[in-house]
Design a protein around this ligand. Structure first.
Ligand SMILES: [Zn+2]
Length: 129
């Protein structure tokens, strides 16, 4: 049910390094939050709203999955509060910064590999002369 951080039998949700660097200082070793079933629809709606790819379908998804207009209205309110909350925004900013850093590192490593390939090819060509 929960990861080992919370005494469960699943693996940790994030790496120990990320936990130590980002979450332990906030007093929570793991970013995972198990929502009450009451908030499940709101959480799924918020999740749809956060991604550019799924955002356009969020209202339809909510209307089709809510049991009633009242359920949809309450869930939308909760989802909006979550998406707009400072804590969520800050966490997303940190996550995006981490992803950008990883992308930059991957690009750099790719560039180094390409440079190395060119160097080897050049070495082979000059060796033939
Ligand atoms: Zn966890």
């Amino acid at each position: 049910m929960a990861c080992e951080v919370y005494g469960g039998d699943e693996e940790m949700c994030i790496s120990r390094k990320d936990s130590k660097r980002e979450w332990i200082p906030l007093g929570r070793p793991c970013p995972r939050v198990d929502l009450s079933l009451r908030n499940e629809l709101a959480a799924a709606t918020a999740y749809h709203m956060l991604s550019e790819t799924t955002r356009p379908s969020a209202p339809f998804w909510l209307m089709l999955n809510a049991g009633s207009v009242e359920d949809a209205r309450l869930s939308l309110g909760r989802a909006m509060s979550a998406v707009k909350s400072v804590k969520v925004q800050e966490a997303l900013t940190r996550m995006h910064a981490r992803e950008a850093k990883k992308d930059a590192a991957a690009r750099k490593s790719e560039e180094n590999a390409a440079r190395e390939r060119r160097r080897v090819v050049k070495g082979l060509q000059s060796g033939r002369r």
